[in-house]
Every structure is written in C-alpha cells, then in structure tokens.
Design a protein around this ligand. Structure first.
Ligand SMILES: Nc1ncnc2c1ncn2[C@@H]1O[C@H](COP(=O)(O)OP(=O)(O)OP(=O)(O)O)[C@@H](O)[C@H]1O
Ligand SMILES: [Mg+2]
Length: 423
C-alpha cells in the first residue's frame, strides 16, 4: 500500500480487497512537480447554482481558505480524529495520498472517540505525491462552494507546515471501482449500476449547467463514491475536484490547458490538443458507462491485444442489439433487460464519439438513463428508437436518427488506429 503504512489492514468490509488504483490507472499529466508551492495561487471560481450573487473571480488562496462552508482543522485535531492515522483506519490510497477513517463531534467538529459522533474520511497529501498544493487548493475552492446530493461534501481542510489534508463526509460503500473490479463485494445488480450511472450523471450535469460551468476532468470509477443512507443505498457522489476547471465562457468554445486526467478515461481530442470542453467529461462518462456494463477496466494491462483498451474492444458490439450481450459483465449472470442493455450501450457509443460536438450533453445522458430506470424501459412508454435529444444536438452522422438507434456502420467511435492516446 504505497507509502501510507507498513501494513494495510482495512476498516470497511466493502473495501476489504482494495489495492492502489493510481498504480493501475496511471494519470496523464504534462507536469511532474510534487512540491508544495507557497505562492498566492489564484484560480478561477464559480458559484453555486442556487447562489443569488456572483462570487469574486479569481479568488486568492486566503479567500478560498476562509470559506464559511469549510472548517480549518489543526493537524493535531485530525491526528486525534484518525487515532494517529492508524493502519486499521486506512480506507484507501490514490495519487494524492492516503485516506483514513476518523470521527468528529457533529456539532463542534472536534475529534471524537472512535465509534461516536460523525464519521469522516481524511485524505492526507503525501509530500512526494504527484498531486500537490495547487490541486489541494482547487479542491477546497470548488467543493467549498458547490453543494449537491451527487457531489461529496467537503467538511474542512488542514494546512499546517507542509501538511495538506482534506476532510470529507464518509462514504460507507467506498468507490465504484472497488465494487466493479475487486473480488469480494457482492456484484452490483443491473438496477444498482443504472442507479450509480444516474447519480454520477446528475453530478456532472449540475457542474456543466451551473451559471459558471465547471469541467470535472477526472471522471472515473475510482472517483465515484457510494453512499448508504437509509433507503438510499448506492447514491453516487463525485469526489476529487483537484483537476476541476472553470468551463469556457462567452464566445469561447474550449479552455486550453495542460493535459491532466487518467489514461483510458480522457477524451482523445483533449489528450491530443489540450483543448478542454464539457464534452471531454462526456467521453469519460461513456468510458465509465462501459465499465458498468462490462465489469471491465478502462485499461487492463493483464489482458492481451485490443482487450487492454475497453473502448477499442467494445466498439464493434455497442450498436448491435444482437451482439451487445458479448460485452456484458458475466457477473450479472444474464440478469439485465436486453433492451435496456442495448440502450445503455448505444448511449455509451454516443458519448464516445470521436467528434466532441456529436456527444450528447450530460443533461441528455441523464434523461436517457432515467428512462432505463423506469419499469420496463424501452418497452412500454419509451420505444428504443424514440429520440430524446433536442434538435439542436442532433447527430450529424444521422440527421434524424436517434442516438439510441445508431448502427455500427455509422458508429462515431474512432477505430483503434484513429484514436490518439497517451500511454
Ligand atoms: N469520502 C470517502 N469516504 C470513504 N472512502 C473514501 C472517501 N474518499 C476516498 N475514499 C477511499 O479512498 C480511496 C482512495 O481515494 P483517492 O481519491 O485518494 O484516490 P483514487 O480516486 O483511487 O485515485 P486518484 O488519486 O487518481 O483520484 C478511494 O478509492 C476510496 O475507497
Ligand atoms: Mg479519487
């Protein structure tokens, strides 16, 4: 378990077979710095959809850290809350560092006895970690202001000496990655997979449609955390806003930026040009949707040839009602509606279009997924060929065709050779 601990005992049964995701899905980045610059960093800000007034942009570091929505914790408080970052409090490890389970009093937010008060997850930046101070601050900036049932709640942070930590609400079911790819947890049912996809789509949709849109940039199974409130199991929440970026405004069509993200999830045009749009997130969503359908990782080096890359491997089967079963997760044991699977696969295909403009908007993706959740999707109320896209967003590949009715012959997916990838 990386540099976190000598031993790797875990606290959560659902996380019992967790290993480091960052080592498996390497991050794409054109920067390598892991230092913690102390400059007064300014990053663009945005405001909550419901917020009546604009926040000043850009915000200085001190403005970000003085947000009334997040608490500034001392290192000692977090040491006490996590029982000195004990090995058996370890929830997992990513590129940023290790995540520990802890307890705080829900009213005073001070360290509480283990098992009492409110459970938290404390992410501790490793000084030599790839992500650094800038990402830490970006996360405080965004999550300190944006609140939505499908975004993980940031309770506070710690900035003391070289220590950088983040304090989140605890997500008892861990990450989607753990549930889809690890041995141990009960396989996710079809209904749960659709529920997770809907929750994640709602989160992205909220970001993209905010008054000042936000591009998430790191959409992947490891960053989708799963809640378990009463009657609300598997409510999905987006975590990790360290790479989030304010979307283009005015007449601008894209934001030019360093290429950051994770191999296998990042949109090919973004990797090739550094031009970032909300449609880059839509591509990543298509990859995760494929992971949900197939139970396979975006990139799996243990496989051979084309099977190493999920998008390339699944491409020929996605638009075909007859062939789609070939990509479906065998752990589902055939327990999924055929039409629903075809609709979801066709939706994934559309999200993965080479041409970003052809990809649906997240709000449209959400509409389609909600139809899948309805009893008897695509049968009674919503025939599979019925279009749900607004005319403005029709696919240029088939003027009046529904994206749910694409055939492999008009697949917008890149071929293996056409798709530029950073590996
Ligand atoms: N709020 C939380 N509640 C419960 N578990 C969490 C929480 N945040 C993170 N974890 C656990 O810690 C693990 C590591 O999370 P982290 O975000 O550091 O890395 P990652 O998403 O796997 O990789 P990357 O750094 O590339 O984003 C997650 O997979 C999850 O199991
Ligand atoms: Mg993460």
């Amino acid at each position: 378990m990386g540099n976190c601990l000598g031993s790797s005992a875990r606290v959560d049964a659902s996380l019992s077979s967790l290993t480091t995701s960052a080592s498996e899905a390497s991050r794409i980045a054109s920067k390598t710095s892991s230092s913690l610059p102390r400059s007064t960093l300014t990053i663009p800000s945005y405001k909550e959809k419901s917020s009546p007034r604009s926040l000043p942009t850009p915000r200085s570091e001190s403005e970000i850290l003085s947000s009334p929505n997040v608490k500034s914790f001392s290192f000692n408080e977090l040491r006490n809350a996590t029982r000195n970052f004990r090995p058996d409090s370890l929830l997992g490890e990513g590129g940023f560092g290790c995540v520990f389970k802890g307890w705080i009093d829900e009213h005073t937010l001070t360290a509480a006895k283990p098992g009492s008060g409110m459970v938290i997850a404390v992410k501790k930046l490793k000084p030599e970690g790839f992500q650094g101070h800038k990402e830490w601050l970006t996360e405080v900036n965004y999550l300190g202001q944006l609140h939505h049932p499908n975004l993980v709640k940031l309770i506070g942070y710690c900035s003391e000496g070289d220590n950088r930590l983040l304090v989140y609400e605890f997500m008892p079911k861990g990450s989607l990655e753990n549930h889809l790819f690890r041995r141990g947890p009960q396989p996710l049912s079809w209904a749960t997979r659709i529920k997770v996809a809907i929750g994640a789509a709602r989160g992205l949709s909220f970001l993209h449609d905010a008054e000042e849109p936000v591009i998430y940039r790191d959409f992947k199974a490891a960053n989708i955390l799963l809640d378990a409130p009463r009657m609300q199991e598997f409510n999905a929440k987006l975590s990790d806003f360290g790479l989030a970026k304010a979307g283009p405004t005015g007449d601008r069509t894209h934001v030019s930026t360093q290429v950051m993200g994770t191999h296998g999830y990042a949109a090919p045009e973004y990797v090739a040009t550094g031009r970032l749009t909300a449609k880059s997130d839509v591509y990543s969503f298509g990859v995760v949707l494929l992971e949900l359908l197939s139970g396979r990782r975006a990139i799996d080096k243990s496989k051979v040839g084309i099977e190493q890359n999920l998008v390339d491997w699944a491409n020929p089967y996605l638009g075909s009602k007859r062939k789609v079963f070939r990509i479906m997760d065998t752990k589902l044991e055939g327990q999924y509606p055929q039409k629903g699977a075809h609709m979801a696969a066709t939706l994934a295909l559309h999200c993965l279009s080479t041409e970003p403009k052809v990809r649906p908007r997240m709000a449209q993706v959400l509409t389609i997924l909600e139809q899948l959740q309805a009893p008897n999707p695509a049968k009674d109320s919503q025939p599979a060929h019925q279009t749900v896209y607004s005319p403005a967003c029709k696919s240029p590949l088939g003027q009046h065709r529904s994206p749910l009715n694409l055939t492999p012959s008009v697949s917008p997916l890149p071929s293996h050779r056409q798709c530029p990838r950073v590996r």
